[in-house]
Design a protein. Structure first.
Lengths: 315, 282, 424
C-alpha cells in the first residue's frame, strides 16, 4: 500500500556501505569543481569579509591611499542608520510578497496545466518560458512602458472603460510602486515554480490519484490533500530559491522606481547598497552590507528549512 | 486523470487566456521594436501598428560590433553550459554516492554561495582575474575566459544542488549489478549513470545558459580595454543615452537578446520538465 | 574544540589585508606607437566619429609611426570602465573624455596627469573661459582640458504664451506665477516640467537666492544648505512640484531628460533644458513653437547662475605616450575641432573666441552664452560629491518638501547631515 504522506526520501546513501577509497575517489571527482569554487567563490567572499573591516574606496583600490583598519565601524555605521532598518523591513515585505505570489501563481498554473490537454498546456508553457527568458532589464522597461502615466496602454484601457485612471501614476505611491514591481518580478519568476511544480505533479503516481477519485474525493480535495503534500520537497526547493532571488532583486526596482522611488521610499537592500556604497565606490561599506545581507538570508532560509525538516530528509 | 469534459473546456479556455496575458508584455516588446519612432511614446498607444518598420532593428544590428558581441555572448554561454554539466555532474556524484566527512557542510556551503549579493564581489574578483591573467593570459581580464570562469563558478552551486537529487535517485542496486558484471566505477559513472541523469543535465544547462547569457555585471567589470571582447548586454547600453534614449532600439535589442534564450528553452522544454521533477527525488 | 576554527579565522583575518593595485607608475614618453583614446559614445555616433576621424588624420600626418585607437564608452556604463582603468593601470588609455563632475573623484585615485602647467603653456589656453576651466580643477590642479560645456536655460512655448498673453518671466517668482497661470488656463499642460531628480535645474534657484551648497575651510567642506537663503531657493523650486504647476504624482521623480521629453512632447508650457537638448526638442511635437531665455534671477533683469556642466579631455599618468597624448588632447580641444564638434553634436565650445563666433551666427545660442557670461557655478570640487550625488541627497530633500513628507527645515537638515557625513 502506498503511504501517501511520506515524501520521497534519501534512503539510498544510508543503505550504502562505506567503500574503501571512497574518500580518495570523492576527492578526485570533487577536485575540479572544488578548486574552481574555492578560487572564485570562497576566496572573493573571504576578501569581501576582509574589505568590510576597512575603509576601502576607489583611491585605496587603485593604490593611491593607505588602508585604514576600521574594525566593526562600517557595521556600526550601517546598523545605526535608521534608513537601513526601514529599507530592510520593506525588503522583507517586498520579497515575501514576491515569493508568495510566484508560488501561488506557479503552483496554481501547474495544477491547471496538469488538467488540460497538450495544446493549451503548450501555449501556457511557451508564454511562461518567454517571460522567463526576458532579461530583467528588458522586462522592467516593457512593464514601465505599459504602465506609464501618460503614454501607457494600461491607463488608456482602464480610462477607456470608465475607470478613473487617466494619468494615474503607478510608480508614485509607495505601495503602488512596490505592487507594480512585484507584479513584474512574479511575472518573470513564476515560470520556474510552474515548471518545477508541474514536474512534481506529473510525478505523482496515477494509482494514487485513481484511488482517491474512486474514494469520491473531488478534484480540488485531491489536489489539496494528496498531491501537494507529495510535492512538498519540490515546493521547498522552489521556495528557498525564490526567497534567495527575490531578496536580492535589484534591476527591476532600480529601473521601475527610478532608483528607489520618491525620497527613497521604494528602496530595497540591494539598491540601497548600490546607492549608499557602490555607486560612490565605498566598497568597505558595500561589503559590510553584503555580509549583513548574506547572514540575513542564511537565517531566513535556515528558519524556513528547519520548519520543514520533519517532512523530508531532503539533505 | 478523469476530469469532466465541460470542466476541462473551461480550464482550457482559462489556460489560453492566461497564456495570452503572460505573453502580452513580450508582444508589447516586439511591437515597440517595430513601431516607427513617433508611435512608441505617443499619448494614445495602440496595441498594433499600421506602419511596422524594421528601422529600430537595423539601428541595433548596425551598431558596430553587434555581430561580434552576439558571438561572444553565445560562445561564453555555450562553454559555460558544457563545463557546468561536466563539473556539476562529477561533484553531484561525489556528494551523493560517496560517503565522506564534511558532505553536509559542503552542500550547505553551495547554498550559501548563492546568497551573497554578487555586486559586492566585483572588486575582489577583478583583482583575482588580474592576477590569474598574469599566470594564464586567456583567463585574465579583458578575455572571455575570465567570464567563463566566473559564470561557471556562480552557476555550479545551484547545478550541483539540482543534480544531486537526480543522481541519488538512481538505485544503488544498479551500481552493485554493474560491479558484479565487472564494470569499474569509472565505466559505471560515465556509461550508465550519465545518460540516466540526462533530464537533470538539461535543467542545469538551461539555467547556466540564462545566467551566462544575461550577465551584464561581470562583463562590464572585466572587459575594460578590449572592446572586441564585449558581450551583448554591453552593446545595448549605448542606446541609453542620458539625454535621448532610443526606445525603439532598446526594445529591438531586448527582443534580439530574448530570442536565443527562448529558442534554447523551446528546444529543451520537454526534458526540462522531467529534469525538475527528478531534481528532488531522493 | 569548536573554538579552533574561529581562532584560526581571526588569525587569518588579522594577518591579511584587502588587495590593492600598485599605484599608477610613471608612464613613458614614446614618440611612436598607438595612442589609446576613450571617448563617450552617442546613440548616433556618426557625426562625432567623423569629426574625430578628421582630427586623427591630421594628427597622424603630423606624427610618423603613430596610430590612434578610439574606444567608444557608453556614458551610462562609464563608472566600471574607469574603475577598471584605475584598478589596473595596464588597462588605462592614454587619453579619456570624462565629465567635469567626475574630476575630483578621478583625481583622488591618482590616475590622472596634472595638466596645469601644460594648459598654461598652451597658446589657445588663454582663451578658455575661466569659470569653465575652474570645473576642471581639483585641489588647485587642473586635470583636463575643457572640451565642451553644457548650460541650461528656460525653454517656453511661444504659442501658449501668445495665446495667454504672457511674456517670458523676468524673475523667479514671476516664473512660478506664469507657470501657475498656464496650468490654470490649460489643465492638460504642466506649467513647467521640472522634476525632483532634476538637481541641475534646482541649483540655479538655490544660487539665485544667494545660497550655497557647501563651503570650504582649510581643506574641509561643510554643508550650507540649511542656511536661510539656500532654504528659500530650494523651497522655491520644490513649490513648482505642486498640483497647480507640476503635480508631484507625475513630477516628483522626473529627471532632467524626462522633464525635457515632456516639454518636447507638448505636455508643458515651459521647461529648463540645456543647449544640448535642442535636437530632442526639435524632433518633438513642439518644433517651431518654442523659444529660449536665460533662467531669471530674483531681481528683474538678472540671470540665475547656471550649473556649468561639461566634458573634459584628460591624460592618464600611466600613459606611455605622454607628449603625444597631450598633443592629441590639444588638437581635439583646439578652436578648429571645438567648432567642428559644435557643428556635429551641438556642443557648446569652451574657448571664448569660438563661442562668440558661433553665438553671432546662431540665434539659438544667445541665451546660453548670455547665461555663461553672467556667471556659472559648480558643485563642491571634492571626491565626496560623487558620493552625495549617488546617494540622491538633494533629490530626496526636494521630494520630501514637494510631497509634504517633511518641512523644508527638516528635509534640509537631513540633507546637510548626509552631506557632512560624506565630506568626512
Amino acid at each position: 500500500m502506498v503511504t501517501l504522506q511520506e515524501a520521497p526520501s534519501v534512503t539510498a546513501p544510508a543503505r550504502r556501505p562505506r567503500r574503501k577509497g571512497d574518500g580518495r575517489a570523492a576527492a578526485l571527482y570533487l577536485a575540479p569543481a572544488g578548486i574552481l569554487l574555492a578560487a572564485l567563490l570562497a576566496y572573493p567572499i573571504y576578501q569581501l569579509v576582509l574589505i568590510s573591516f576597512y575603509d576601502y574606496g576607489q583611491p585605496q583600490a587603485a593604490g593611491n591611499a593607505p588602508l585604514v583598519f576600521l574594525g566593526f565601524a562600517n557595521y556600526a555605521d550601517l546598523l545605526s542608520q535608521a534608513q537601513f532598518w526601514t529599507v530592510l523591513g520593506k525588503t522583507v515585505g517586498f520579497a515575501a510578497a514576491c515569493v508568495a505570489g510566484s508560488l501561488v501563481v506557479g503552483t496554481g498554473l501547474a495544477v491547471l496545466a496538469s488538467r488540460v490537454r497538450s495544446l493549451p498546456r503548450m501555449l501556457l508553457f511557451l508564454a511562461a518560458l518567454g517571460a522567463w527568458s526576458t532579461p530583467a532589464i528588458a522586462g522592467s522597461y516593457v512593464w514601465l512602458f505599459l504602465f506609464d502615466t501618460d503614454f501607457g496602454l494600461v491607463n488608456e484601457v482602464l480610462s477607456g472603460i470608465g475607470l478613473p485612471f487617466e494619468h494615474h501614476s503607478w510608480t508614485f505611491g509607495t505601495l503602488g510602486a512596490f505592487g507594480l514591481v512585484a507584479a513584474e518580478v512574479i511575472w518573470c519568476s513564476f515560470p520556474f515554480v510552474l515548471v518545477t511544480m508541474y514536474a512534481g505533479i506529473k510525478g505523482v503516481p496515477d494509482e494514487v490519484l485513481e484511488a482517491a477519485s474512486l474514494d469520491g474525493a473531488s478534484v480540488w480535495r485531491t489536489t489539496w490533500t494528496i498531491v501537494l503534500p507529495m510535492v512538498r520537497p519540490l515546493l521547498m526547493i522552489a521556495t528557498v530559491q525564490s526567497i534567495i532571488w527575490d531578496f536580492k532583486v535589484f534591476t527591476q526596482i532600480y529601473v521601475m522606481t527610478n532608483g528607489g522611488g520618491v525620497a527613497g521610499r521604494n528602496l530595497v537592500l540591494n539598491v540601497y547598497a548600490y546607492q549608499q556604497a557602490f555607486a560612490g565606490q565605498e566598497y568597505g561599506l558595500g561589503s559590510a552590507i553584503g555580509v549583513v545581507m548574506t547572514l540575513l538570508l542564511l537565517s531566513v532560509t535556515g528558519l524556513y528549512v528547519r520548519a520543514q525538516r520533519r517532512s523530508a530528509a531532503w539533505l | 486523470m478523469a476530469v469532466k469534459r465541460p470542466g476541462r473546456l473551461i480550464a482550457e479556455v482559462v489556460t489560453v487566456v492566461i497564456a495570452g496575458i503572460v505573453a502580452f508584455p513580450l508582444y508589447w516588446m516586439l511591437l515597440s521594436a517595430v513601431k516607427p519612432a513617433g508611435e512608441i511614446q505617443s499619448a494614445s498607444p495602440k496595441p498594433w501598428t499600421l506602419h511596422p518598420s524594421f528601422d529600430s532593428f537595423s539601428r541595433v544590428l548596425t551598431v558596430s560590433g553587434f555581430g561580434r558581441y552576439f558571438v561572444n555572448s553565445l560562445l561564453v554561454a555555450l562553454v559555460v553550459v558544457a563545463l557546468s554539466l561536466l563539473l556539476s555532474f562529477l561533484s553531484a556524484v561525489a556528494l551523493t554516492r560517496f560517503r565522506f566527512r564534511g558532505r553536509t557542510v559542503l552542500l550547505v556551503m553551495t547554498l550559501v554561495a548563492q546568497m551573497v549579493p554578487v555586486e559586492a564581489l566585483t572588486i575582489p574578483l577583478f583583482f583575482l582575474m588580474r592576477s590569474l591573467g598574469g599566470a594564464v593570459p586567456a583567463l585574465g581580464l579583458n578575455e572571455l575566459g575570465s567570464l567563463v570562469l566566473v559564470h561557471l563558478a556562480f552557476s555550479l552551486p545551484f547545478a550541483i544542488w539540482m543534480l544531486r537529487g537526480f543522481v541519488a535517485a538512481v538505485p544503488v542496486e544498479l551500481e552493485e549489478a554493474a560491479k558484479l558484471d565487472g564494470a569499474s566505477r569509472m565505466r559505471f559513472t560515465w556509461q550508465i549513470l550519465f545518460p540516466l541523469v540526462a533530464p537533470g543535465l538539461v535543467a542545469v544547462s538551461v539555467l547556466a545558459f540564462i545566467h551566462a547569457w544575461n550577465d551584464f555585471l561581470f562583463a562590464k567589470t572585466f572587459i575594460v580595454s578590449k572592446t572586441e571582447n564585449q558581450t551583448l548586454p554591453q552593446a545595448i547600453l549605448v542606446f541609453f543615452k542620458p539625454e535621448d534614449t532610443d526606445w525603439g532600439a532598446v526594445m529591438a535589442s531586448s527582443t534580439l537578446m530574448t530570442i536565443p534564450v527562448l529558442v534554447f528553452f523551446v528546444l529543451v522544454q520537454r526534458r526540462l520538465v522531467s529534469g525538475m521533477a527528478g531534481a528532488v527525488k531522493g | 574544540m569548536r573554538l579552533l576554527p574561529f581562532v584560526a579565522g581571526l588569525a587569518l583575518l588579522a594577518g591579511c589585508a584587502p588587495t590593492q593595485s600598485a599605484p599608477a607608475g610613471g608612464g613613458g614618453d614614446d614618440k611612436t606607437g598607438t595612442v589609446r583614446v576613450w571617448l563617450f559614445d552617442e546613440a548616433n555616433r556618426a557625426p562625432k566619429d567623423a569629426a574625430v576621424k578628421e582630427a586623427i588624420t591630421e594628427f597622424k600626418a603630423a606624427h610618423a609611426g603613430v596610430e590612434v585607437d578610439v574606444q567608444w564608452v557608453p556614458v551610462e556604463g562609464r563608472a566600471d570602465k574607469f574603475s577598471g582603468a584605475f584598478n589596473d593601470p595596464a588597462n588605462a588609455p592614454d587619453v579619456a573624455e570624462f565629465g567635469n563632475t567626475d574630476v575630483s573623484s578621478y583625481a583622488a585615485t591618482g590616475a590622472l596627469a596634472d595638466l596645469t602647467g601644460d594648459l598654461a603653456a598652451w597658446p589657445e589656453g588663454k582663451d578658455l573661459i575661466p569659470t569653465v576651466l575652474d570645473t576642471a580643477k581639483s585641489g588647485g590642479q587642473t586635470y583636463g582640458l575643457p572640451w565642451y560645456t553644457g548650460i541650461r536655460a528656460l525653454y517656453y512655448r511661444t504659442d501658449v504664451f501668445t495665446e495667454l498673453g504672457l511674456k517670458p518671466p523676468s524673475t523667479l517668482s514671476e516664473l512660478t506665477d506664469t507657470a501657475r497661470r498656464i496650468r490654470a488656463a490649460k489643465p492638460d499642460l504642466y506649467g513647467i516640467s521640472v522634476g525632483g531628480k532634476y538637481t541641475y535645474a534646482m541649483l540655479p534657484f538655490l544660487w539665485a537666492n544667494g545660497g550655497e551648497l557647501a563651503q570650504e575651510q582649510g581643506g574641509k567642506w561643510t554643508s550650507t544648505v540649511t542656511g536661510e537663503q539656500a532654504k528659500s531657493g530650494v523651497t522655491q523650486y520644490a513649490n513648482l512640484l505642486k498640483d497647480d504647476i507640476c503635480p508631484p504624482a507625475q513630477c516628483a521623480n522626473l529627471t532632467g531628460t524626462q522633464s525635457v521629453t515632456a516639454f518636447a512632447g507638448g505636455k508643458a508650457g515651459m521647461t529648463i533644458g540645456g543647449d544640448f537638448n535642442r535636437k530632442a526638442v526639435e524632433q518633438g511635437a513642439v518644433k517651431g513653437k518654442y523659444a529660449v531665455v536665460p533662467i531669471p534671477g530674483t531681481t528683474a533683469g538678472s540671470i540665475a547662475p547656471a550649473f556649468a556642466g561639461g566634458n573634459l579631455l584628460g591624460v592618464f599618468k600611466a600613459s606611455k605616450h605622454r607628449s603625444l597624448a597631450l598633443e592629441f588632447v590639444e588638437l581635439l580641444g583646439g578652436a578648429k575641432y571645438q567648432e567642428k564638434m559644435y557643428t556635429a553634436m551641438g556642443n557648446l565650445p569652451t574657448l571664448s573666441s569660438v563661442q562668440q563666433k558661433l553665438a553671432a551666427n546662431e540665434e539659438f545660442l544667445k541665451p546660453f552664452v548670455d547665461t555663461l557670461k553672467a556667471g556659472t557655478k559648480f558643485v563642491p570640487a571634492t571626491p565626496a560629491w560623487s558620493k552625495i550625488d549617488s546617494q540622491n541627497v538633494l533629490p530626496t530633500a526636494v521630494q520630501q518638501i514637494a510631497t509634504g513628507g517633511k518641512d523644508p527645515s527638516a528635509a534640509l537638515a537631513d540633507a546637510a547631515a548626509a552631506m557632512d557625513k560624506a565630506f568626512g
